[in-house]
Write a new protein. Structure first.
Length: 221
């Protein structure tokens, strides 16, 4: 295999895990809210927070803006850092209402570069969250890089990057710019990171272990 063949890695992951059906949401707005809520927490905690917002009939731009930060924080408590995340959600919703008449479609009509710059300028939105919103809500090809991606590429390719933005550019330079591919690839990397490529990797059980350049360094005889 060629050194760091990203498409071969993708095919191996897809064959093992199958389609991941990510992002689980009923609307583009729900994707945005989930992307902010999932910062520094497990998805199961986000699901509880989103369920609370739905139960209170507040999972909408106007619904969130109608709540005080304290009320919103109470509903999303399960997602952790709930006071901070309440501020982030309010800031995001306020920005869309004030600048795009509350329309995500108008916001998402911008180019990837413009959209990413605007998202990164908002309170509490970093690269991973911005790229998740662009990919999964705006349906534009912006590869999402997280800690799992960094770890897997270091082990699989024996490569380290100075920043996640550099790693993002690496992926985008090696892959076709395709929303479905980026979507599935990111979800598969998350699956591999959660189940096998952990901080203490389960290399003997890993579906790509024989293709991993660091494999021999991670397996105990």
């Amino acid at each position: 295999m060629k050194r760091c063949d990203l498409l071969t890695l993708y095919k191996s992951l897809y064959e093992f895990f199958g389609p991941q059906h990510w992002w689980p949401a009923q609307s583009k707005f729900e994707v945005c809210i989930g992307a902010i809520l999932t910062q520094n927490t497990a998805w199961r905690n986000v699901e509880k927070a989103i369920a609370n917002l739905k139960k209170a009939n507040k999972l909408s731009l106007e619904g969130i803006l109608s709540l005080s930060e304290k009320e919103l924080a109470k509903l999303i408590r399960s997602a952790g850092y709930y006071n901070q995340k309440a501020k982030k959600l309010k800031a995001f919703c306020s920005y869309i209402k004030e600048n795009y008449e509350g329309s995500l479609e108008k916001f998402f009509s911008k180019s990837i570069h413009e959209l990413r710059e605007e998202l990164l300028s908002l309170h509490g939105i970093g690269s991973e969250t911005a790229d998740s919103i662009i990919l999964y809500a705006a349906d534009k090809p912006s590869f999402v890089v997280d800690a799992y991606t960094e770890r897997i590429i270091e082990r699989f390719c024996n490569l380290r990057f100075n920043s996640r933005d550099e790693l993002k550019k690496f992926f985008e330079s090696k892959l076709p710019k395709d929303v479905k591919l980026y979507n599935e690839y990111h979800a598969l990397l998350v699956a591999l990171g959660k189940h096998f490529c952990r901080k203490k990797p389960l290399c003997l059980e890993c579906p790509i272990n024989k293709k991993c350049y660091h494999y021999k360094n991670n397996v105990k005889a």
